[in-house]
Design a protein around this ligand. Structure first.
Ligand code: ZN
Length: 133
């Protein structure tokens, strides 16, 4: 398993990590797929369009609207502050994606990118990348 660290800048922020994931993989010796996993409860990882950065911005806005900050949340005691909507947004996305490998290269579609999804930033975060046999 390889580890990527990144520093997010905003509370809700999608960060394209496709290049870092490919670099973290290194030589894969015929591995079939790459597991990209986020070990956090207020962050996630997803695959979506990487060509137009506006798509990531739209996803940020949509998730902030779908899961409203102003609901009567019960999870209000957290060392990081009341961050219930951040937990819900991360579960709506997923802590992991699995990408097939084609001769060691991520077999992504032309327009696809892998995005780290920050929902409680800014923070320093980790992503685990594992080549699966
Ligand atoms: Zn919390």
């Amino acid at each position: 398993m390889q580890e990527i660290t990144l520093r997010t800048e905003r509370r809700t922020q999608l960060v394209d990590i496709t290049t870092q994931v490919q670099e973290a993989l290194g030589p894969t010796n015929g591995a079939a797929a790459a597991l990209v996993y986020v070990p956090h409860t207020t962050a996630a990882v997803t695959i979506n369009e990487g060509a137009d950065p506006a798509v990531a911005r739209d996803l940020e806005s949509a998730l902030e609207k779908v899961v409203d900050d102003d609901w009567e949340w019960k999870h209000v005691e957290d060392p990081d502050g009341p961050n219930a909507p951040s937990h819900i947004r991360s579960s709506l996305i997923s802590p992991q994606v699995l990408v097939p490998l084609d001769e060691g290269k991520l077999a992504l579609g032309t327009w696809q990118g892998i995005f780290f999804c920050e929902f409680d930033g800014p923070r320093e975060r980790k992503v685990y990348v594992t080549a699966l046999g």
